[in-house]
Design a protein around this ligand. Structure first.
Ligand code: GLA
Length: 373
């Protein structure tokens, strides 16, 4: 299995957009090691759109832009591998990528072969410029088959923005993860719409098959390619990261990891939050308490019999007390359980019947409830 737990890594798009180049990729890989991201579990360094020349070569092969990638993709992949990391790239099911570079339509086999020769471990496959009358599922199946045919294990990240309910068929095309929505931007509105909008998709996720609510905007603070009107506050990024951990979402960092603030670093490496994302049971959280005075409660069962719970305050200015009755977790009222704060990695205490969290506006409490024996 290539993705027994949700894939973790970094993708160039949210910060760099069309300005990606090999220096950024190398320095990002270095930062994975220097800042502890690799030790925290981040593994894939992925180049998104805008890496190739506008035209294919005379042999029909796709060509890396020599100005942006003077060493070539094979050498760059080797460098990334030498650091113990994995190398990801991007193409598109249509005739062009979304930014107008060559897509893989009708070139699936040679392109998959090129990626395999370069040492690519991860392919994000987009959906722009699909020729009229073609069937999207068939195009995704074609690239899935072409990737398998190379004989190289390549994680297949499907990006059709949630069209045609991909959660129902993407895995059968060989995809290990699939986007469930349009593109995220660096705003509280976007985080909420996408994150809380995942309710109901939990039954489609599991080991090797993950719903993907798009890459993280944690740490953009309004800058970069999807930066937006000042970006988000720290509490909002905490909600974003906590929710993506609960959702068993792929954790693809989008900020510039060469210059993270201490807060962003500590959030992206939050050990016990990542542990619930990477829990081997692979269950995606479901909403168990809805819109109680703008509070929401989401629960993710874990392999050891405990349950991870996020308590979210979606009001704009009011702190809220958000209750978590044991009944909503399937626990008997009289059962004693230990509640642990997964942000501070400390036990809060033993509780019977329920727990109540005080949560600041736009923030979230992230706890684990472990029934006592
Ligand atoms: C689409 C995808 C994004 C990104 C861009 C690149 O919009 O959804 O994630 O890959 O294309 O052009």
């Amino acid at each position: 299995m290539l993705a027994p737990t949700p894939p973790m890594g970094w993708n160039s798009w949210n910060t760099f957009g069309g300005d990606v180049n090999e220096e950024v990729v190398r320095q990002t890989a270095d930062a994975f090691l220097d800042t502890g991201l690799k030790d925290a579990g981040y593994e894939y360094v992925v180049i998104d759109d805008c890496w190739s020349l506008r035209e294919r070569g005379p042999d029909g092969r796709i060509v890396a832009d020599p100005d942006k990638f003077p060493s070539g993709m094979k050498a760059l992949a080797d460098d990334v591998h030498a650091k113990g990391l994995k190398f990801g790239m991007y193409s598109c099911a249509g005739t062009q990528t979304c930014a107008g570079y060559p897509g893989s339509y009708a070139n699936e086999e040679p392109d998959a072969q090129t990626f395999a020769e370069w040492g690519v471990d991860f392919l994000k496959y987009d959906y722009c410029y699909k020729p009229a009358g073609t069937d999207g599922k068939a195009l995704y199946r074609r690239m899935g088959q072409a990737l398998r045919q190379t004989g190289r294990p390549i994680l297949y990240s499907m990006c059709n923005w949630g069209q045609d309910e991909p959660w129902k068929w993407a895995a059968s095309c060989g995809a290990h993860m699939w986007r469930t929505t349009g593109d995220i931007v660096d705003s509280w509105k976007s985080i909420q719409e996408i994150g809380f909008g995942q309710a109901g998709l939990e039954c489609y996720a599991g080991p090797n098959r993950w719903n993907d609510p798009d890459m993280l905007v944690v740490g953009l603070y309004g800058k970069g390619n999807v930066g937006f009107a000042g970006g988000c506050a720290d509490a909002e990024y905490r909600t974003h990261f906590g929710l993506w951990c609960l959702l068993a979402s792929p954790l693809m960092i989008g900020c510039d990891v060469r210059s993270m603030t201490a807060f962003v670093h500590d959030l992206l490496t939050a050990r016990e939050a990542i542990a619930i994302n990477q829990d081997p049971l692979g269950v995606q959280a479901r909403r168990i308490g809805e819109a109680w005075l703008h509070g929401e409660v989401w629960a993710k069962p874990l392999a050891d019999g405990s349950v991870a719970v996020g308590l979210f305050n979606r009001t704009d200015s009011e702190p809220r007390l958000i209750p978590l009755p044991w009944e909503s977790l399937g626990l008997h009222d009289r059962r004693e359980a230990i509640v642990r704060d997964l942000w501070t990695c400390e036990d809060i205490g033993a509780f019977r019947g329920s727990y109540v969290a005080q949560v600041a506006p736009h923030d979230c409490a992230l706890v684990r409830v472990r029934p006592c024996l």
